[in-house]
Design a protein around this ligand. Structure first.
Ligand code: NIG
Ligand code: FE
Length: 415
C-alpha cells in the first residue's frame, strides 16, 4: 500500500538526523514543516517535505495508491505509550466511590482492594476473556492516537497467573497492528497469603517466575513497584539483579508514594525508564543526569489519585529528558487517552506544548525501546502517524482537552 498525505498544514516532529531522545532546553523546540507532504510505502515512511518540492510524477499512481488531503490538519507520529497495565478483568469503580468518600489509594490497598482486588479477578478469568477485554481497550487507545504501547503483567501474582497474563500480551502482539512491548511485573504487590512473608514472595519471583518468564521469552522488560508499602529498595535490587541475569532490562515503578530509593536502584541496573517520580529531589535528579534512564511521568495517576505532580519543570530545566505515559490501569488511571496526558502535562506540570509532544512521541519511544523505529517522522521509520482534525495550531492539541482531535490513525502504513 502507498499513501500520499498532501497539503498538510504542519508536519510535526520531523527528523533529518535521527534523534533517540530529546532533553532539557531542546524539548521546547519542535522540528516541523509547514505546508508539507508525507509519503508512505510498504508500512514505512518513504519521504516527506514541503509541498512546493512535490511534483505529481514523483509517485507513480498504482492500484494500491491512496491520496489523503490533509488541508487544515496536522500530521505527527502516533503516540508511544510506554507504561500501561491494560490487561485486566473488569473494573474497579467501587473503589472509586470509596475514594470519593475519602479513602486513600494506600488505605484501599490495605483493605484488600487495589491491585489484590484485580489479581483475584484476573486469576479466575480465562485467557480468551482477557484478550477480548484488552482488545477493546487497544482499539480505544488507537482511536485516540496511540500507535505503540507497553503492557505489564502484575495482576497475576502467582506463577501460573503471571504467565497467563504474559501469554495474553503475546496474543495481543499477534492480533493487534500496534507495536507492543511486554513487561513482567510479578513484584507489583504482595499477595494476601504472603502478607507476613514478603521475603518468600520475593524469592518466588526470583527463583520461579523470572526463569519461566525468560525461558518462554514472554517479556521484553522487568518491573518492580518500589515504593512505601510495596517493595523495598533492597528487594527491588535483588529482583532486578535476577531479571538482568535473565536478559530482562528494568523499567520500574519508583517514588510514587515516597522517596523510595527506586530511582537510584533503577539507575544502578541501567533501567530503560523509571516511572511515576512524584517524589523526586535534587539527589534523584543528579543520579538521573548521569544515566541513560528515561524519567517517565504518569500525570493521569497523579490526577486520579489527587497527588502531587512530579516536578517536570525542574527536571527539564536541569537538563533531563522527560517522557509521559498513560499508566492505563483499573486502579489509579482508568484511561489510556494520551491527548489528555498531554493536557495534564501542560496544565499541571507547566510543560509547554512542544515539550509534551516530545514526551509522548520520541521520549516515549525511547522509554519502551522503539526509538529507532518510531517516535519521529523520519525516512525508514515505521509509518505510525496521526492525522488530526482541523486545528489552528499544534498548541490546540493539549489546549482543547477532553475532545478527540485525532481524525485518522495510520498504523504500520495501514489506514
Ligand atoms: O502504576 N503503582 C502501581 N501500580 C499501578 C496501579 C495499579 C492498580 O491500582 O491496579 C500504577 O499506578
Ligand atoms: Fe503503573
Amino acid at each position: 500500500m502507498k499513501i500520499l498525505i498532501k497539503n498538510i498544514k504542519e508536519l510535526l516532529q520531523t527528523d533529518d538526523t535521527p534523534r533517540t531522545r530529546v532533553a532539557g532546553d531542546e524539548m521546547a523546540s519542535l522540528p516541523t514543516i509547514k505546508d508539507a507532504y508525507l509519503f508512505i510505502e510498504n508500512g514505512l515512511i518513504k519521504d516527506f517535505g514541503q509541498m512546493s518540492g512535490l511534483s505529481d510524477s514523483d509517485f507513480i499512481d498504482g492500484l494500491d495508491f491512496h491520496v489523503i488531503d490533509a488541508s487544515g490538519r496536522m500530521v505527527m507520529p502516533a503516540f508511544c505509550d510506554s507504561h500501561t497495565h491494560l490487561v485486566y478483568d473488569g473494573s474497579r469503580e467501587i473503589e472509586y466511590i470509596d475514594k470519593i468518600r475519602g479513602l486513600s489509594y494506600e488505605e484501599i490497598a490495605k483493605r484488600g482492594g487495589g491491585i489484590l482486588n484485580s489479581a483475584r479477578r484476573l486469576q479466575e478469568a480465562s485467557e480468551e476473556a482477557l484478550v477480548e477485554q484488552a482488545m477493546v481497550r487497544m482499539e480505544e487507545i488507537r482511536m485516540f492516537g496511540t500507535g505503540a504501547v507497553e503492557i505489564k503483567s502484575g495482576y497475576g501474582l502467582t506463577t501460573d497467573s503471571e504467565l497467563k497474563m504474559l501469554r495474553v500480551i503475546k496474543k495481543l502482539k499477534e492480533l493487534s497492528p500496534l507495536t507492543i512491548k511486554a513487561t513482567f511485573l510479578g513484584a507489583h504487590a504482595v499477595p494476601a497469603e504472603y502478607k507476613k512473608r514478603q521475603g518468600e514472595y520475593v524469592d518466588l519471583v526470583i527463583n520461579d517466575m523470572i526463569p519461566m518468564v525468560a525461558g518462554e521469552e514472554l517479556a521484553d522488560y522487568i518491573d518492580v513497584f518500589c515504593d512505601r508499602g510495596f517493595f523495598t529498595e533492597e528487594e527491588t535490587d535483588r529482583i532486578l539483579m535476577a531479571g538482568v541475569k535473565h536478559g530482562l532490562q528494568p523499567k520500574i515503578h519508583a517514588n510514587e508514594l515516597d522517596f523510595s530509593g527506586g530511582i537510584q536502584v533503577g539507575v544502578k541496573y541501567n533501567a530503560l525508564s523509571v516511572d511515576h517520580l512524584e517524589f523526586t529531589g535534587e539527589e534523584e535528579i543528579r543520579v538521573l543526569k548521569e544515566s541513560n534512564t528515561m524519567p517517565t511521568l504518569l500525570p493521569g495517576a497523579a490526577f486520579f489519585l489527587e497527588m502531587e505532580y512530579p516536578p517536570a519543570r525542574k527536571m527539564i530545566d536541569s537538563g533531563l529528558p522527560v517522557a509521559m505515559a498513560s499508566d492505563y490501569n483499573p486502579g489509579s488511571s482508568p484511561s489510556g487517552n494520551m491527548q489528555l496526558i498531554m493536557s495534564l502535562g501542560c496544565i499541571k506540570m507547566k510543560m509547554v506544548p512542544e515539550e509534551v509532544i516530545h514526551a509522548v512521541t520520541i521520549n516515549g519511544a525511547y522509554a519502551m525501546g522503539v526509538e529507532n523505529e518510531l517516535g519521529t517522522i523520519a525516512k525508514g521509520k515505521k509509518a505510525n502517524v496521526i492525522i488530526t482534525t482541523e486545528v489552528p495550531t499544534y498548541a490546540f492539541l493539549p489546549y482543547a482537552y477532553g475532545s478527540n482531535k485525532v481524525e485518522q490513525v495510520i498504523v504500520n502504513g495501514m489506514i
